[in-house]
Ligand binder design. Structure first.
Ligand SMILES: Cc1cc2nc3c(=O)[nH]c(=O)nc-3n(C[C@H](O)[C@H](O)[C@H](O)COP(=O)(O)OP(=O)(O)OC[C@H]3O[C@@H](n4cnc5c(N)ncnc54)[C@H](O)[C@@H]3O)c2cc1C
Length: 473
């Protein structure tokens, strides 16, 4: 058996972050009829941050939050924990979709991450934040040229970035594949333990702010109730509220507009056992001041980082998948091919660890992808129901801002951010099946082909760029 399969043999199929010792006592399902001012549907970052920001703005708001399984079971408890300033999957994507608003969106992203970290401090939430900056590495000559240009542009714009060539990058983290790296060391980009963040927010909301949380409670339908409020039917009861905020990410929604704005894409990850000091030395990673959080400069990028106890979490690459008809069933977690591919690629990056490092966890989660590769907020029924979703794989910090947009659309201290095209411009809806599956499959294949071809985009990707559907990282 090859070393990468051997290394996977004892990996358990569960998110690393769902540590049984951290799991709070589940909250019982909603029973019967309830009333509140604001109903929040979805117990991930978006729903949790929405509840907190409403309470901070209007403390006497009576809030119910419902979650179909448990808080942090969605993408928020399964991600890589990369906390990025960007609200838009990078500046290039922002400029592409919202010309003229790049600087403002960037400024809002900086303010958002600052406020997020201030909340962790103020409410004493231990999300194991580490300020690592963001290191992007180049694996081929074309990527070196591209990344160098980007790095120089960022330097010229006054950003705190450091360039590493082939020799110096390996002093930061040593992989034979790395040819260069650009490290954004300024700002507050870093990593967190995402499930700890969910659990911390859940506890805060219930204990300090009196938010009523019902787990194992699935929303079936939400409709306007006369001219005033909303009636939301759940599997085990009905909630009457003035307002509803949908923080349901990639899950099927009874609201058609919401459903067509995103597609669920599965992303898979592995975590190693904790590395010994000797193993860390072999890959030159983990010294104080250079515990980098990395990704490689290409379309189908990998993302990898160290945890507090020096495991490596490893995800992304070409293992991401859209399943026909938007499959979200947990059976898609059972994806041996994906895990094997990830494990093989891991040892290509770090051959020094072959035969000595094993994986402890393997898991998948659902990314809500929009056609503009960033969040899609919206509002219906005269401001009674709003939503924010579709962070397209970059939502750990952006979800807090998505939550802010959502609550402002519902009338909780609206500000000038609602005038941005970023908020008001409708996203292009995904086409129905089978065109959806065919389009995504073709695009993914073409993105991989471009990666293998020095980033050069073929006719299909150029066509998408032309009609405003191109992914520009
Ligand atoms: C594997 C993976 C890796 C990622 N890595 C990163 C990363 O490193 N950095 C980054 O910035 N982003 C990353 N992301 C994206 C990020 O995790 C998400 O953008 C973010 O967590 C979205 O938060 P959310 O609250 O909107 O969604 P979720 O966390 O998915 O929460 C939505 C919740 O709504 C609930 N729900 C849905 N429908 C209903 C219903 N009808 N009734 C009741 N409840 C319902 C769901 O059960 C779920 O808990 C990653 C995502 C994945 C899957």
């Amino acid at each position: 058996m090859s070393y990468h399969l051997e290394a996977l043999k004892t990996a358990i199929p569960s998110p690393l972050w769902h540590d049984p010792e951290l799991m709070p006592e589940p909250k019982p399902a909603l029973q019967g009829d309830k009333e509140c001012e604001l109903l929040i549907v979805g117990g991930g970052f978006t729903g949790l941050w929405a509840a907190l920001q409403v309470k901070e703005r209007k403390p006497d708001t009576d809030i119910i939050l419902i979650e179909q399984t448990f808080v942090g079971d969605g993408a928020s408890g399964r991600n890589g924990g990369f906390l990025n300033t960007s609200l838009m999957h990078g500046k290039t994507n922002a400029a592409y979709h919202f010309p003229g608003e790049t600087d403002r969106i960037e400024e809002l992203g900086k303010q958002n991450i600052k406020e997020l970290l201030a909340s962790l401090e103020e409410y004493q939430i231990d999300a194991r934040y580490e300020k690592t900056g963001e290191m992007v590495v180049a694996l081929d000559r074309d990527a070196v040229t591209d990344l160098r240009e980007e790095c120089e542009d960022r330097l010229a714009a006054g950003e705190d970035v450091v360039w590493f060539d082939e020799n110096t990058i390996r002093e930061q983290v040593s992989s034979p594949l790395f040819l260069a790296g650009c490290w954004g060391e300024g700002g507050q980009d870093g990593v967190v333990d995402p499930f700890r963040l969910c659990v911390g927010l859940r506890q805060l909301l219930m204990e300090r702010f009196g938010v009523r949380v019902y787990e194992s409670t699935k929303m079936i339908q939400s409709v306007p109730d006369g001219s005033e409020g909303m009636t939301t039917v759940c599997e085990s009861g009905v909630v009457t509220s003035k307002k509803v905020f949908l923080a349901t990410n990639a899950y099927a929604s009874p609201i058609r507009k919401v459903n067509r704005s995103t597609v669920p894409v599965w992303d898979y990850q592995l975590a190693t056992e904790p590395l010994t000091n000797e193993q860390l030395e072999q890959i030159n990673w983990g010294k104080p001041g250079s515990r980098h959080a990395l990704s490689d400069h290409c379309n189908m990028f990998h993302y990898f980082r160290l945890t507090k106890d020096n495991r490596i979490t490893w995800g992304g690459g070409s293992s991401v998948r859209y399943y026909f008809n938007g499959g979200i069933d947990q059976k898609f977690m059972d994806a041996p091919d994906r895990y094997e591919e990830l494990a093989r690629e891991f040892f290509e990056f770090f051959p020094q660890l072959q035969g000595t490092v094993t994986f402890s966890h393997k898991w998948g989660g659902i990314i809500a992808s929009s056609t503009r590769f960033c969040m899609v907020p919206g509002v219906e029924y005269g401001g009674r129901l709003a939503w924010s979703l579709g962070y397209t794989g970059s939502g750990v910090s952006a979800s807090r801002f998505g939550a802010r947009i959502g609550i402002e659309l519902l009338g909780y201290e609206p500000s000038d951010i609602l005038n941005l095209q970023f908020v008001s411009k409708q996203g292009i809806a995904w086409p129905p099946e089978p065109w959806r599956w065919i389009g995504i499959w073709l695009t993914q294949s073409e993105l991989i082909r471009a990666d293998n071809n020095g980033g050069r985009r073929g006719l299909w990707l150029k066509f998408l760029d032309k009609i405003g559907l191109g992914f520009a990282c």
